[in-house]
Write a protein that binds this ligand. Structure first.
Ligand code: SF4
Length: 97
């Protein structure tokens, strides 16, 4: 269980995070409309998650399974929404995947 210190590591504001979520939702919707993949293949999800867990920029918050740089959950959010690594059109903010 997180003590709150992990959340303090997140480097962007709640407003920026909300904008990121909106952007991700928009990209997913656009992909769906265009008939392109919305979700990453299982192997890609695993690969991305492995990269995050050994994040070269040291932005991975293991207690939350979350990226400190963008605030995104990696596999799934606390409400069960798909995390960044599971969405085909998302990218690492530091260019690691
Ligand atoms: S998304 Fe990128 S910067 Fe964030 S934890 Fe994963 S590898 Fe690191």
């Amino acid at each position: 269980m997180a003590c709150g210190g992990c959340k303090a590591r997140i480097e962007i504001s709640k407003l920026q995070m909300a904008a990121n979520v909106g952007g991700a939702a928009g990209r997913a919707f656009k992909a769906m409309v265009q008939g392109k993949p919305v979700f990453s293949a299982a192997q890609m999800v695993l690969k991305r998650h492995m990269i995050c867990k050994a994040c070269p920029s040291q932005k991975y918050i293991s207690e939350l399974d979350r990226c400190a740089a963008c605030g995104c959950f990696i596999l799934k959010s606390i409400v069960g929404a798909p995390g960044k690594a599971t969405l085909a059109n998302e990218k690492c903010p530091k260019g690691h995947w």
